[in-house]
Design a protein around this ligand. Sequence first.
Ligand SMILES: Cc1ncc(COP(=O)(O)O)c(C=O)c1O
Length: 404
Amino acid sequence: MKSHNMTYLTCIEGADGKRLDPKVPHSVSPSAELRARYDLDRIRREVSPRDIAQGPATLWRYAPLLPVENPQRVLSLGEGYTPLLPARRLARKLGLAELALKDEGRNPSGTFKDRGAAVAVSCYAELGVKTVAHNSSGNAGGSWSLYAARTGLTCVNLLPTDVQPASLQHCRATGQPTYLTENWHEAGRLIAEACERNGWLNICTLREPYRLEGKKTMGLEIAEQSGWKMPDAVFYPMGGGLGAIAIWKAFDELRQLGWVEGKLPRLYVTQYEGCAPAVKAFEEGRAECAPWGRIDIPPGGLKSPNPPGGRAVLKLIREHGGGAVAVATDEALAAIDELAREEGVFACPESATTLVGLRKAIARGWIAPHERVVLVVTGSGLKSIPTLEKPSALVVTTSDAIVA
Ligand SMILES: Cc1ncc(COP(=O)(O)O)c(C=O)c1O
């Protein structure tokens, strides 16, 4: 199929309109808003949703809208094309017409981070990059380590001391250089200095354009799996904000291609109460997040006291509607059980915040009963076992003790 052998990337463009060569690796300040741009007119002429439907059951089915030069030689562990599961029992309970769960726990390392890693590592392998470095609350560190190992790239990870053991194991098992810091607020600066000193590519959130392109495929899939119709609202657990920005970039490109019509969905982001800079900014009507002080959240994602994508996410909410909701840790942990009990989906605590956020949004009158809502379940609960209540069950010696 012609369309699956081509990419239509033309340039990367900054917020100032300056165009940069996509064949050279770039790492800039997140405020530069570097974005990959495609020849959408040509894609409209040469590719159709039917071509996409014949592609592989991975995110590489969207190769024409991805930045790699040669989609036949990409680095894949089978990431993406995760199911959009109807959540009928929860929808009934919440009084909603339609609710769906985008289950990202199916990705190779157990979270949506694999999308960004697969696409960006493929790009940087093509561009001849040898070493990349970043700070990560854990999931991206584990994911990038696995993809880097597969391609021979070195990925330097700086993680917080309370990182989830599963993510740290991914880094350890692959042998990628991995360090911990107790001062998470300084992690970005330490990485920037180490990159400067050693000539490594800084791949921290929104410093380079290609992780975003990988995460964009969540939005492409939500649209395709909805029959190229937009949901009314999407709930996303926000850390740095990259995933939300990426999903709306996908929706915007699809609208420009004419593959979807009408309004883009409203964006609702959720954060833990113990680190909620975007919620605070939204509630105070500000365009920018103020840095958050003491972080008090469970190990894992959403540990972003100064979200690099804060301004862009708040802009998406202003443009398309939506909101930002703070969720207590206990509420998130209870929502994990509710998702498992009602729908059989075992979510990580970060993504369980979306169910709590939805309930609060309904109570505030933000969501109408006839609307179609998607919750992005960004990762599997299997990555967070030590954070969850220790499970126990009765030890039995006779069959009559075994009851249903
Ligand atoms: C499981 C999980 N969900 C959501 C997020 C938020 O990611 P983003 O940077 O796209 O806001 C993270 C990372 O912080 C994460 O690990």
